[in-house]
Design a protein around this ligand. Structure first.
Ligand code: 13P
Ligand code: SF4
Length: 330
């Protein structure tokens, strides 16, 4: 089978790797050889976070992708993040260790349906959360992340009508924080919707001094219990600056690696899901492995591409977000 067919089928190239190789050393060598950098999201497995040149949330990763001088960006994250990097740096090669590292939230908003939805509100401005496809970004006026969603809505005149998509939970939280009436798309993330309010209540009873911290993609009933709500970077900073020594963390469990590294004396407990599976692991984020990252850097594949017309239309709303964020010092 040829390489491209195999890539389309599996999402990555399968090749045997010499078990005596030190992958950390090999990846470092390849990075120098190819003038490549590795950008990793906090939800990646610990080994990938440790090999990354930059680790961050969606906003930080887009800012880094926009300014890097490397020729090759290996995006250790999910597909929409790599697409955003490609849109901001179309002249660079953007690699994703596994092309099937998608996102349930992005999948919950098919662009052709969103286009019809948007047509029902012709006088509304469209703000889309970065967790969506490039095609959806091309239908938007401004993109936002969980770090700047509140400020982006507040940067618009009070009487401006707004559609917010695709995440209804983040949208409802932003509406509450800003006092604006947002028209919401009914999308959600499978990882953040799985937390159980009942089990968290019991866990809090067992750890009365623990702070409960949550990502705004969680449902309103879970967010109501939170001592702090924020993006992954926000949650990490809160855990560093807080005097508390125990934290119950309602987001993807990968972030706990950085929390433990930054505060070795503190205890971090993943918030329990409403069943017994390891559902606060994002199955898409966790498709990337150190082995796939090594093979993708070595072979220069799989590469993420975005059609030129989509790049042109999706770039403006992302740049608007970056400009507003820079003005606000975010
Ligand atoms: P952050 O931008 O807060 O890192 O969130 C990304 C994400 O995918 C949350 O599920
Ligand atoms: Fe998408 Fe949810 Fe995974 Fe984030 S955690 S990448 S929103 S599926």
């Amino acid at each position: 089978m040829d390489t491209l067919t195999e890539l389309n089928r599996k999402g990555y190239i399968e090749e045997s790797i010499d078990p005596t190789l030190d992958l950390f050393e090999e990846i470092e060598k390849l990075k120098k050889e190819k003038n490549a950098i590795v950008l990793a999201h906090y939800y990646q497995e610990p080994d990938i976070q440790d090999i990354a040149d930059y680790i961050g949330d969606s906003l930080g990763l887009s800012q880094e992708a926009a300014k890097t001088e490397a020729d090759v960006i290996v995006f250790a994250g999910v597909h929409f993040m790599a697409e955003t990097a490609k849109i901001l740096s179309p002249e660079k090669t953007v690699l994703l260790p596994d092309l099937k590292a998608g996102c349930s939230l992005a999948d919950s908003c098919p662009p052709h349906l969103f286009k019809k939805f948007k047509e029902k509100y012709p006088d509304h401005l469209v703000i889309t959360y970065v967790n969506c496809t490039a095609e959806l970004k091309a239908l938007s006026d401004i993109v936002c992340t969980s770090t700047n969603a509140v400020q982006i809505v507040e940067s618009l005149p009070k009487d401006q009508k707004i559609i917010f998509g695709p995440d209804k939970n983040l949208g409802a939280w932003v509406a509450k924080k800003t006092g604006r009436d947002l028209v919401l798309w009914n999308g959600a993330c499978m990882v953040h919707e799985i937390f159980s309010r009942e089990k968290i209540t019991k866990l809090k009873e067992r750890h009365p001094k623990a702070k409960f911290i949550a990502h705004p993609e969680c449902e309103e009933s879970v967010l109501q219990m939170a001592d702090y709500i924020g993006s992954t970077t926000g949650l990490l900073k809160y855990s560093i600056n807080s005097d508390a020594s125990e934290f119950i963390v309602a987001t993807e469990s990968g972030i706990i690696h950085q929390m433990e590294k930054a505060s070795p004396g503190k205890t971090f407990i993943p918030a329990p899901p409403n069943n017994n599976c390891a559902c606060n692991d994002c199955p898409y984020m966790k498709r990337n492995t150190l082995e796939k990252l090594y093979l993708c850097l070595k072979n220069g594949l799989p590469e993420v591409t975005v059609p030129a017309d989509i790049i042109e239309r999706a770039r403006k709303p992302i740049e608007r977000m970056l400009e507003i964020s820079a003005k606000l010092g975010l």
